[in-house]
Unconditional design. Structure first.
Length: 430
């Protein structure tokens, strides 16, 4: 990016952190969607049903309408971005929203949106979505097994369409009727003129990531654990990243093998490691998944308090750094951990994780949730120890982290680096 002065011109090298989709050209043009994050009207209550009340600003209700949710006032819920999102089901019937967009005939437009499911607690809760634009019709499906009133991780989808007139209608419709207001969730709708881009910075500074946790971070029976597929996702999306940490074991031939995953560690043992590594590596973002070993120790309630304290210590030490905290994966008893008779301790601990993340975020701390538990099924877990995930599980966990990074780190850090060029780093290894 070039800055001009009457007497000279100089070039400022900035870290080109990726925008939420990690796509660099088309995402720099302004979005033509009005209220794509469903933040208006700003709700004072938990939710608002439409069309009993007006649809979100800029949108028209379709089918049975839907529900506008205020996530911070609903424990277990999270928005794709901001604080509000919509579900496209109302009173057991499918609903939807649409918007007429200003377009230019013959021009191509890039669409991105985040979608998810608001679960009613069913073991196999399915949600479906159909999206239509001029010349395009896309369908999407997902299945989750989360507790009642919990949103599954948001998935970010992309497609393009070519406008045929001065206006184009973009529509979202649920395809799976659900009781009450559960079902397909939608947020962060963006439509930009494809190919419109700003000049690219002359250098790419990596996003410095600290993977922090236990053997699920190390990898155990899957080389590299979630770290290897996460690196691949970042690379495929054109997002430069630098993994840091105090270890590099169980990483195979990974080019960037550092991490801070300590097998067998519980929350209290990880705490001094976490604080030391934050000081040593100064990461841009930390991915924290810890608590599984506490389940075998039978001290879930105490572990919740310890994790809450650790989150507070991390945000106090690095208040500008996004901290993404994951729920722990399912453990299928009886397995490697003989002291876990059923899934109740894991469910209770994960509820505490969701609640404490929401509380820290409400307090103004840069803390966000990665819903790992809801992304996995028993088939993703090792059949022998029933505690560590297989490759399919590692891939799903990587996707959850990647989507959380899209929501919580890419855009905000890109903005910070443009405003504070001195923060650009070529990596943080000591």
């Amino acid at each position: 990016m070039k800055f001009h002065h009457p007497s000279f011109t100089f070039v400022l090298l900035l870290g080109a952190l990726c925008l939420p989709s990690c796509a660099r050209g088309e995402e720099t043009a302004p979005s033509i969607v009005s209220n794509g994050g469903f933040e208006a009207p700003a709700l004072g209550e938990q939710f608002q049903v439409f069309p009993e009340k007006p649809a979100p600003d800029g949108w028209t209700a379709g089918g049975a309408g839907g529900v506008l949710w205020n996530a911070p006032q609903n424990p277990g819920m999270s928005a794709g971005e901001g604080t509000q999102f919509v579900t496209l089901n109302a009173n057991g019937q499918v609903g939807g929203v649409s918007q007429i967009l200003p377009t230019v005939a013959g021009k191509k437009y890039a669409v991105s949106f985040a979608w998810s499911a608001l679960s009613n607690g069913d073991a196999h809760f399915n949600a479906g979505l159909r999206v239509t634009a001029p010349g395009e019709s896309k369908t999407y499906d997902l299945t989750t097994s989360l507790p009642d009133h919990v949103t599954a991780p948001f998935h970010v989808e992309h497609f393009t369409f070519t406008a045929v007139a001065a206006t184009s209608t973009l529509s979202f419709l649920s395809t799976t009727p659900k009781p009450l207001f559960y079902g397909t969730s939608l947020d962060n709708v963006i439509v930009r003129l494809a190919g419109a881009s700003e000049a690219q910075p002359e250098t790419d500074a990596p996003l410095v990531i600290l993977p922090l946790g236990d053997s699920l971070t190390t990898g155990f029976n899957v080389t590299g654990g979630y770290r290897l597929p996460l690196q691949k996702l970042l690379g495929e999306a054109g997002c430069p990243a630098d993994f840091v940490g105090s270890r590099n074991d169980n990483s195979g031939d990974m080019k960037d093998a550092e991490h801070s995953g300590y097998s067998g560690y519980n929350v209290i043992r990880l705490t001094p490691v976490a604080l030391a590594d934050l000081k040593t590596f100064s990461p841009d973002v930390t991915l924290l998944m810890i608590g599984t070993n506490n389940m075998n120790e039978g001290n879930g309630p105490e572990a919740s308090k310890q994790l809450d304290a650790l989150i507070g210590q991390i945000t106090a030490a690095s208040p500008q750094m996004p901290l993404i905290v994951a729920t722990i994966p399912p453990i299928i008893p009886p397995g490697y951990f003989k002291n876990i008779p059923d899934s109740a301790p894991i469910q209770a601990f994960n509820k505490q994780v969701r609640d404490m993340v929401a509380a820290h975020a409400k307090n103004g701390e840069r803390v966000a949730l990665a819903e790992v538990f809801g992304a996995l099924t028993p088939d993703d877990m090792d059949a022998k120890d029933k505690t560590h995930f297989l490759q399919s599980g590692a891939d799903k966990v990587a996707r959850v982290w990647f989507q959380a990074l899209q929501r919580e780190a890419f855009e905000s850090l890109r903005t910070e680096r443009h405003q504070n060029p001195g923060s650009v780093r070529e990596g943080n290894r000591p």
